[in-house]
Design a binder for this molecule. Sequence first.
Ligand code: MIC
Ligand code: SF4
Length: 647
Amino acid sequence: MGKNIVEKIFDAHLAAGSLKTGELLSVRVDQVYTQDATGTMTWLEFEAIGLDHVKVPTAVSYVDHNMLQSNFMNADDHLFLRTAAARFGAYFSRPGNGICHQVHLERFAAPGRIALGTDSHTPTGGGIGMIAIGVGGLEAASVMAGMPFEFTMPKIVKVYLTGKLRRPYVTAMDVILTFLKMLTVKGGVGKIFEYGGPGVNDLSVTERATITNMGAELGATTSIFPSDENTLKFLKAQGREHQWMELQADEDAEYSEIIELDLSEIEPMIAQPHSPDNVISVKELQGMKVDQICIGSCTNSSYKIMKTVASILRDKTVHEEVTLFINPGSRQVYEMLASDGSVKTMIQAGARLLESACGPCIGMGAAPGSGQISLRSYNRNFKGRSGTKDALVYLASPVVCALASVHGQIVNPFETDIDLEDIPEPESFVINDNMIIPSRKHKDIKIIKGPNIKEVPVKEPLEDTIFAEVLLKLSDNITTDDILPAGTQVLPYRSNIPMISTFIFKNIDETFYHRAMLAKQNGGGIIVGGENYGQGSSREHAAIAPMYLGIKAVISKSFARIHRANLINFGILPLMFLNAEDYEKIEQGNVLKIENIIESLKKEQKYRVINLSKNLSFDVYSNLNSREKELILQGGLLPYVRKKVLD
Ligand code: MIC
Ligand code: SF4
């Protein structure tokens, strides 16, 4: 029987287990990368494991999120990351060098390899034919410590593309927005999307990367494209053609599902507040006034698309009622835009150019005004993420964004009087790795930790009885931004769990922290969620802080992949309702009791929950694989890895 691309790569990296959907699989990993906001914790965890240096072929530490140095904390984090990278043997991409996913695609990603990254948009690397998966920090630390990556084999879905995009009016962003409309933010849970079909030839590597990047919003484990002539062309232009290998699915490869999409039929699309799947066509919003526009981020920062933006802005002025921010995703792209005059064009038009970093995407500056409309070429528009609670954030292609910045309102690219140019991909990129410090492994390099950098808390082994209060009952699709917000106030505490814990659920319920601290003294707390609990960011702080606050379990209808893994990694039981209607049997403030947990966990994973406040009971279950069971019994991944690695 033939193999698909995903099976070929997993096969070549197989450490143990089976490639059958739903079974436990272990693979060897080629590359691990971190970004600063999740990376400080990852490197503290790596240090706590107790090894001298990383045991993966390539490790890279990026700095791109915490770039607003409004006090000593971020700068201290950067220094910690630089010294930890030097000490433990990782490359260090200096602040200013760009957003991890964009830089990784340009300088490290390669077809046929497996990469893990401590950020949910790691699948950007799927654009080059690499399996690239977003994980929590502790997962990454354990792989850097030499453990294989162990996970449950997802379903593989083929996306069969035909036709050609109607460039320059329609872009790769419109492809993924169309998918989000079709499949929703839960549509990819437990799945890997493998692209194929004749339409693939029409897409360049950077366009493919936009699609795989935002595949994260579908909840997918990852997305991947074949490696072909276009991949070779990109690698050649990056001076890395020796890293090319061809990668195609066999004719008779099997998939659990096939979805077809004709690129010629795609039209400009836009996601409305407050979810990336709330998508309609741009036509329907034509004429809507906008206040702010942001172009760039890890989703849409290729040289081609940025130059297209510049061509739209040429000899124009940003509309007087609009503010335009541009954050190119990498210094490579920025430098090229500077040399070809695009930066000058942008400045002349009145754009506010930001450094090459996440910036407004994660609420680090450029927050919109009260109730304002912000149009962004980014990937997430969760409520409050921009830094302004009542702002209305829309997501669309850089072309739609650039046109709106000139017109002051949403314009259908097919109907503008501005001439749109179809900019080709460059034959060669400017290669300058002077901001990437090579990896060293110097045992005597001192790791420097500022006063805001605190130890990683560790949980006790699993208790047999939970007797705890329901601290919060939530609806469907709760994001990790809801659980633990980002932004200027909170992000600087990513290396300080006691402090960051004070912000937990802050945007949903101001009193949560105090109620949790009280409950902690009386047995702890429980969170109740709906479907797809914990979607979005990979931030493990959304699990560590609850663990620190004494949360024993989350009971929900279903979980998002990375957050579920993070809960387990920090010893919090992810439980699901056996009958979804039992969700109605719990109210905030109820006291729940669950007994015989250890035995139930080892056996059929069914647990009886007694709601003492309502005098009723119902059943919940967990679906932990054998490794996850062991982790949770020991109190999480840190004690488990320490034992495995040091024994
Ligand atoms: C995001 O886009 O939400 C982030 C910020 O990049 C996160 C990581 C984080 O919270 O540090 C992600 O996507 O994983
Ligand atoms: Fe940064 Fe935004 Fe990309 Fe997350 S989605 S890595 S915050 S640019």
